[in-house]
Design a protein. Structure first.
Length: 139
């Protein structure tokens, strides 16, 4: 899973949940913006409830926390860092699903990718990484 989309690839992610690094980075950005800890605090791998969990549920939960504190997500920017799979063909669907889960417009969601030019673990195809930032707006 990547950005909420099942992306066909010859390799998978070893993770407790569905391993969606893009959505995990987004959750961390939302939680971090209000100093609410990190994704591991809210969805610990030691908790069997999260085994194989859909990361979209994590995003919706984080959005609920943000809204309960009097904020809403204004926009998000997610960058996936990998050589493969190619994100471009899936980016629009990722944007659509993230916007749906956050209750914002697709135009307020950016999903893009970059490579490490074959350097490091991501460049060797041993893993994948993601970074995200979000703007929170007081409601």
């Amino acid at each position: 899973m990547l950005g909420g989309v099942r992306v066909a690839h010859t390799r998978g992610i070893v993770a407790h949940s569905d391993g969606d690094v893009a959505l995990h980075a987004l959750c961390d950005a939302m939680l971090g913006a209000l100093a609410l800890g990190d994704i591991g605090t809210h969805f610990p791998p030691s908790d069997a409830r999260w085994k194989g969990a859909d990361s979209r549920a994590f995003v919706r939960h984080c959005d609920h926390l943000v809204r309960n504190l009097g904020w809403r997500v204004g926009n998000v920017d997610v960058t996936v860092i990998c050589e493969r799979p190619k994100v471009g063909p899936h980016a629009e669907e990722m944007r659509r699903l993230i916007a749906l889960d956050l209750g914002i417009e697709v135009g307020e969601v950016s999903v893009k990718a970059t490579t490490t030019e074959t350097l490091g673990f991501a460049g060797r195809g041993e893993g994948i990484a993601a970074q995200a930032v979000c703007l929170l707006v007081r409601v």
